[in-house]
Design a protein. Structure first.
Length: 453
């Protein structure tokens, strides 16, 4: 008898996938990094986010095209395997592990940092372990349980965002009258330069990491050929819109880019608009946002490992197995949680360096995969529209620019990680003489069945 393929439960709708993606992106993160981006742009933060959103929409389009063509859980790893080459696909999957595998660690580290600043008497490790234990349990219980928890967490996060924006606008109205609300200086002011906005947009682009992660939920989505592409574009648009809105409101309250501490600039603004109560509410929102983001990031990382394990590129018995009752990749979820413990010995700057290299490598490769798909369609006699080539080409150039302009630490760490992947692949493929194992095409057909439990 042939071995039964492990399959995930198909329950997620467009709304559910969008909420997971927004949780992964963490809309409140724009406030957490507000001061740093304000310094780069000289007080034009929302303009930087508008530029970054426009840039990321090119790549979001490419992810949507590949998700429709290959509705399976492997994300960039699977797309590049199918469109370009199985060995290149493996290396992209290996690189993107830096994003998916280590991002939960960064998220938990940020959440623990917020809480330790507020409650210094509590040991830092308590916050990290608490974050990891809670998200791991929810993800093990299944995507349906995680979905319900994520809905509540995102509702609270958007409530905090709404309150923050309203308080900002009320403060501006009281201080400068209705004319103050029409002030365009948050977008363009005498200190604004193209170079400054470009540098700020490069930083702001990191806030968009996550719209791509929902492709790992393809095999748990209803009608994935439509659900995932729609969700990807909605996540990029909604997330970008929220980033622009909250930073414009904050920039109205505090024009310019001078702060006592750029890393905690938003808490200065919160104290101005609502005193200690505003600061406490913002802290609660940031902590909840980090928890929701960690929940989504851990779920995505576990499913990327599952796809690679099911292909036997990674050991299948461990990475490609599902729990018989919960139908979740429990081993991968627990492993991701264990990796999160590394946050106890790293700082935010160092840990973030792991993430950026993998993200922009994957973005670039997926855009190139859509170009390959365009060429293949032309060779087969089909005539795709010109924008089917222009959009991914623009996305490729943008993502390459972001990649080569990463900080040197990120490039060095990413290069070392990629070199390790090449060595592993060489051993796995007898010095590249044989292709890596690949999931058989029949599973793609299974992925199209719009069942729901």
């Amino acid at each position: 008898m042939p071995e039964a393929r492990p399959s995930l439960q198909r329950t997620l709708t467009v709304r559910s996938v969008v909420l997971f993606g927004l949780a992964y992106m963490t809309p409140l993160i724009a406030l957490g990094t507000f001061g740093v981006v304000a310094e780069e742009t000289r007080g034009a933060v929302p303009t930087a986010y508008l530029v970054a959103m426009a840039a990321m929409l090119f790549t979001a389009y490419s992810y949507g095209k590949m998700a429709a063509a290959h509705p399976v859980a492997g994300s960039a790893y699977t797309y590049v395997r199918r469109a370009l080459d199985s060995r290149v696909g493996f290396l992209v999957g290996w690189a993107v592990l830096l994003d998916y595998f280590f991002l939960p660690m960064v998220i938990w580290l940020l959440g623990g940092t917020y809480l330790q600043a507020q409650f210094p008497a509590v040991p830092f490790w308590v916050w990290i372990v608490s974050f990891i234990a809670a998200t791991t349990c929810l993800n093990v219980l299944g995507i349906a349980v995680a979905e319900k928890a994520n809905f509540l967490l995102m509702a609270f996060q958007f409530l905090v965002i709404g309150i923050f924006v309203v308080l900002c606008l009320r403060h501006v109205l009281d201080a400068r009258g209705a004319a103050g609300l029409l002030d365009t200086s948050p977008f363009v002011n005498p200190a604004t330069t193209a170079a400054g906005v470009s540098a700020g947009a490069a930083l702001a682009a990191y806030s968009f990491l996550g719209f791509d992660a929902v492709t790992t939920l393809t095999e748990e989505s209803v009608n994935p050929r439509k659900t995932i592409p729609r969700a990807i574009l909605l996540i990029a648009l909604i997330g970008g819109g929220v980033f622009v809105l909250v930073t414009a409101a904050a920039q109205l309250v505090h024009p310019g880019s001078t702060f006592a501490d750029s890393d905690s600039a938003v808490f200065e603004i919160a104290a101005v608009i609502a005193g200690d109560l505003g600061t406490a509410l913002l802290l609660a929102g940031l902590v909840i946002a980090q928890f929701a983001s960690g929940l989504a990031a851990q779920a995505s990382a576990a499913r990327l490992l599952f796809a690679m394990g099911r292909d036997t590129v990674l050991p299948r018995k461990f990475f490609g197995a599902l729990h018989s009752r919960f139908r979740t990749p429990v081993a991968n979820i627990v492993l991701t949680g264990c990796v999160g413990l590394v946050a106890l010995v790293l700082d935010v700057s160092t840990s973030t360096s792991f993430v950026n290299f993998g993200a922009f490598t994957a973005f670039t490769a997926v855009n190139i995969s859509v170009i390959a798909l365009y060429i293949r369609n032309r060779e087969e006699g089909r005539k795709p529209a010109w924008w089917s080539l222009a959009i991914p080409a623009a996305g490729t150039l943008i993502d390459l620019w972001l990649l080569i302009n990463l900080e040197p630490t990120a490039l060095v760490l990413g290069g070392i990680w990629l070199a390790a992947g090449i060595v592993y692949l060489a051993c796995r493929t007898r010095l590249f003489r044989t292709p890596p194992p690949e999931m058989t095409p029949e599973h793609d057909e299974e992925a199209l069945v719009p069942t729901r439990t």
